[in-house]
Design a protein around this ligand. Sequence first.
Ligand SMILES: Cc1cc2nc3c(=O)[nH]c(=O)nc-3n(C[C@H](O)[C@H](O)[C@H](O)COP(=O)(O)OP(=O)(O)OC[C@H]3O[C@@H](n4cnc5c(N)ncnc54)[C@H](O)[C@@H]3O)c2cc1C
Length: 488
Amino acid sequence: MKLTRRDFMAGAAAFAAIAPRQFATAATLPREVDVAIVGGGAAGIAAARKVVASGRSAMIIEAGAGIGGRCTTDSTSFNTPFDRGARWLYNNDTNPLIDLARTARIDLVQGPRGQRIRIGRRNARAGETEEFLALVVRVNRAMQDAIHTRGDLPAAQALPNDVGDWAGTLDFQLGAMQTGKNLGDLSAADLLTLQPREPLSYCRQGVGTLIARLADKIPVALSTPVTAIKWSARDAQIETGAGTLTARAVIVTASASVLNAGVIKFTPELPKRQSDALSKLTLGSFDHIALELPGNPLGLARDDSFIEKSSDRRTGLLLANIGATSLCQVDVAGSFGAELSAQGEAAMVDFAAEWLRNLFGGDIAKAVQRKSVTRWNNVPYVMGAMSAALPGGQPSRRILMEPLGSLFFAGEAIHETQWGSVNGAWASGERAAEAAIRKVSGAKAEGPVGSTKERAKTKKRSSQSAPSHASPASKSRDRGLSWPGSGF
Ligand SMILES: Cc1cc2nc3c(=O)[nH]c(=O)nc-3n(C[C@H](O)[C@H](O)[C@H](O)COP(=O)(O)OP(=O)(O)OC[C@H]3O[C@@H](n4cnc5c(N)ncnc54)[C@H](O)[C@@H]3O)c2cc1C
């Protein structure tokens, strides 16, 4: 049955080596601009496009040697593009990047419908898969009930007592694989607001290639880390090693973990409300271990995907024979993923080969040709994979939408229902740009970023998505388990 759904400098050098350079217009820093955008990932590019389209001047200031941030396609390690960060475009029907991909001449490929479960060296039987899906439904219901009676709590504290030997699978599938954090470190309320993410597609040329193409014609200063921002109600001075830029508004899209680390010095300091909000949105750990396995030693079909029945956290997600090539990917996440990635490439490859051998047999370690791993926790201007709220931290996403004079925040963390995704980052960038344009035009600020209509829509979607987590097992069976972040 198929389931549907610091080493600071060393890190910087590695990031620069894989970042695409050819698309963005490298620009020297002007002295003044209407809207400055710190960070050239999905949120920053979306924001800059909106500002430019409104007839105002915009400038992206990016620390890395290339554009894209957590959307980076490596086109040299293998014979096929390897997305080192995001791979899937979620919610095909509503995701604006789907249409933008077509405009950018990117080929979209329908993604597979979720994963199957492996139990030792065999596939789970239908009844076993049903058992796990029913458990997932019970867990969602238990989280909703617990929040209702006790308020927000770590998702793990809401689990039923009888998860038995599904404990590791559950923690991986609902926690680590979706958010980069284990259920014990996650706000149950935040987890329940995450929108389901299917159907999904991938870009044949890579999501990183798409995002870089969308930055075409946008002025970008690369390899220019912002070190300080002096902000006021009137304007902002953005300080870099290449000089200081004055902007009438600044949109900061650096990840919550980068901002928490104090990489950018704000003067005046951020209000406690905002700094507390940021501290509750730390990034989880999620990495890809990509292995070229010629000759299909796993005996699997194109884009076959598996998780395993596991009672502990040393587990992963397999995506095999990507796009009918010999590239296979094992994803590791959460506390185990963080520990493994800290040990380096060799340990990561050893784990993946051994894990695959245990599940499919054969001497996988010998079969491995080319290989490449990601270690997002070590990428200096990212510092992790995706934001996941700590218990009690769910309201932080909305708090960070509030404008602070000339200062606005955007990024994947600042979306209430699509956090941790490219489309969430994109929407957040566009919303922040609209607010910044209003500020630059002298219009009255509206409170939290986004129009009243859009906020009402978000609230409605949020309340609509909650019951689906408590849907009956039959509904869950139809939709099945999902891809990372797909909200089952
Ligand atoms: C391994 C992995 C797999 C993922 N899979 C998916 C997926 O399949 N689908 C999906 O939708 N999402 C996925 N995501 C999440 C998605 O990649 C992110 O949510 C999204 O790309 C974040 O975009 P952003 O613009 O908010 O942040 P970023 O991409 O982090 O962009 C911020 C930019 O700011 C720059 N910056 C930081 N500090 C400074 C500074 N001081 N000065 C100048 N520039 C600075 C950084 O270099 C970076 O380029 C995945 C993420 C990872 C890590």
